[in-house]
Ligand binder design. Structure first.
Ligand code: NAP
Length: 545
């Protein structure tokens, strides 16, 4: 006699899978993926670790969290009605408003009924006999699906530093990615923050006036540029709505899918006076203008990059009163824009405040965290609260945290040990019916713009398979080799790929992730789309069925 569970398992094997498709994650990409697959008439289930939708915008509740892409370029474009209905309040929306937006989307399209919250997927195993994936949740529950689509984000596996004594701290502490929903009362408190990336910059500039005293522990300064945010008036929003077709068309033509695209001129073709005027103008431009609309050789030519860095360094010196402190805040080990630049509103002025201190941990390394605070080589500082703005095991980290096993139980983590190998950033050889939205080696740019494209492409290929009754599809070894070689070749000569940052998969707190690797497609999103569109138009010739 078989028990109920075993009988159900048998039934699934005979009659097919429990779901046609499972989506992991209910963030920006996952919500749209669920919507699109349901449109095909498939039985879809989304598993989401959090208790609600939003992904990045659900977890990152730290003070000051907001967009660095223009809000009106970040919303979904698939529904005209949605574009008409939603009102953005600021040119760079703050986290609470963005979270509301994603909840509004979930309600409008009735997505929640197919999302299972508080459900972390811990393992996914390919079964050749049933040509399906077995999914295991943290709760122990198991499900089966024909197709498995990951929408787990590129910055979702947060990492704590490996500092001795970290568990011993008696005050309050948290990683910015796990900021409590009920908030943290920082008023008048002695606060220490570790990290000076984009997250730390937003947190620091927001809390500096609230806390009693703030100590910033900096290991690597970043080139931080003005966000130039402002509110959106009713009239402006009406104007934006009327221009959506043009805005979206503009995003389609720039490499990063922002409204900002590179200036075709080369840096040294322009006189020093005109260069200076151009950079001053970019300095006052909202958003990523400085990074994305700079001279076309800024991120490939070392001399050009050094000149852009000189300008950026002068700006820091102009804004920080203490010249010694200003020098500490100027990056020395990487050029301007070779790491994604954090955008700020009053960040540098914070260091002119009496209640803010910068500790350069290269001069005085952190030795340990104690019950009372943080001990560096010169002294111990006492804190009520320690904030870890220490970043993520980016791009592949979220995959590594799920035990994903393909044909012959081979682990994805092991396949990618020496760097990701994919076909279009979507397929992996030996992992049939496994598709990634915003995977490594895909076109990673303005998130929603690129995720929408990815999701639609994935939906089309799943439709292609289901229409033909194909129960198994996989990238051929040749497809994976050609794409991976193409991505690696494109990445050569890009200064960004030489520098350690989350974009090159470096996290000094994670074993095996110390050296920069080419993790992203760097040919620009229009070229990525052209390549993927051609593959679809030709009927996916490099997939095996
Ligand atoms: P991050 O850029 O990786 O920054 C992590 C910071 O923690 C770095 O300054 C790092 O120093 C420091 N750190 C880590 N371990 C440390 C240790 N043991 N001792 C001292 N310092 C340590 O992560 P993030 O700031 O969370 O930003 C990641 C990305 O998220 C951004 O680039 C951006 O793409 C995205 N983001 C976007 C927005 C937005 O505006 N929409 C806001 C926040 C984040 P090292 O540099 O020396 O490793």
């Amino acid at each position: 006699m078989k028990n109920g569970q075993a009988a159900r398992e048998d039934e699934r094997t005979c009659t097919g899978t429990e779901f046609d498709a499972v989506v992991i994650g209910a963030g920006v990409a996952g919500l749209y993926q669920l919507y699109k697959l349901r449109e095909l008439g498939l039985r879809v289930r989304t598993f989401e670790t959090g208790s609600a939708v939003g992904g990045t915008w659900y977890w990152n509740r730290y003070p000051g969290a907001r967009f660095d892409s223009e809000s009106w370029t970040y919303g979904y474009s698939f529904s005209k009605e949605l574009l008409e209905e939603w009102t953005w309040e600021e040119h760079f929306s703050a986290q609470p408003h963005t979270e509301r937006y994603l909840n509004y989307v979930a309600d409008k399209f009735d997505l929640r009924r197919d999302i299972q919250f508080n459900s972390r997927v811990v393992a996914a195993l390919w079964r050749e006999d049933t040509r399906s994936w077995d999914i295991m949740l943290e709760s122990g529950a198991r499900h089966s699906t024909r197709f498995l689509v990951t929408a787990i984000g590129v910055l979702s596996a947060s990492v704590m530093p490996t500092i001795p004594g970290i568990e011993s701290f008696a005050g309050q502490s948290c990683h910015t990615h796990r900021w409590p929903k009920e908030g943290l009362d920082l008023a008048g408190k002695r606060v220490g923050i570790i990290g000076t990336g984009a997250t730390a910059v937003q947190t620091i500039q927001t809390i500096a006036d609230i806390v009693g005293h703030l100590t910033v522990f900096q290991r690597t300064p970043n080139w931080v540029f003005p966000l130039n945010n402002s509110k959106i008036t009713k009239e402006e929003m009406q104007d934006i709505r009327s221009r959506y077709p043009d805005i979206l068309a503009r995003c389609r033509e720039t490499p990063g899918c922002y409204v900002h695209g590179p200036d075709p001129r080369k840096t040294l073709e322009v006189s020093p006076e005109d260069r200076e005027a151009f950079w001053e103008k970019l300095y006052r431009t909202p958003g990523f203008g400085q990074w994305q609309a700079n001279f076309s050789d800024m991120l490939t030519d070392r001399t050009a990059n050094a000149l852009a860095s000189d300008f950026a360094a002068r700006k820091i010196r102009e804004r920080v009163n203490d010249p010694i402190l200003a020098e500490k805040l100027i990056p020395k080990n990487h050029g301007f824009g070779t790491r994604r630049i954090p955008l700020e509103s009053g960040y540098y002025e914070v260091y002119n405040q009496q209640n803010v201190q910068l500790v350069d941990v290269n001069e005085t390394p952190i030795e340990r965290i104690t019950p009372h605070g943080i001990r560096t080589s010169d002294c111990e500082r006492e804190f009520d609260v320690i904030i870890f703005a220490t970043g993520f095991d980016a791009i592949t980290g979220a995959f590594d945290r799920i035990d994903i096993r393909g044909v012959n139980a081979v682990r994805l983590k092991e396949v990618w040990e020496d760097g990701p190998q994919t076909y279009l950033g979507i397929f992996v050889e030996g992992f049939p019916n496994f598709l990634m939205t915003m995977g490594p080696h895909a076109g990673l740019s303005n998130y929603t713009r690129t995720a929408e494209y990815n999701v639609e492409w994935i939906t089309d290929v799943i439709q292609f398979a289901t229409k033909r009754g194909l129960s198994r599809m996989e990238a051929t070894p040749l497809a994976v080799k050609e794409w991976t070689d193409h991505v690696l070749a494109l990445g050569q000569g890009q200064l960004m790929n030489e520098v350690g940052s989350w974009m090159t998969g470096v996290n000094r707190n994670v074993e095996g992730k110390q050296k920069p690797r080419i993790m992203r497609y760097s040919g620009g999103h229009p070229a990525y789309r052209e390549y993927c569109n051609a593959v679809a138009a030709e009927g996916y010739p490099k997939l095996a069925y």
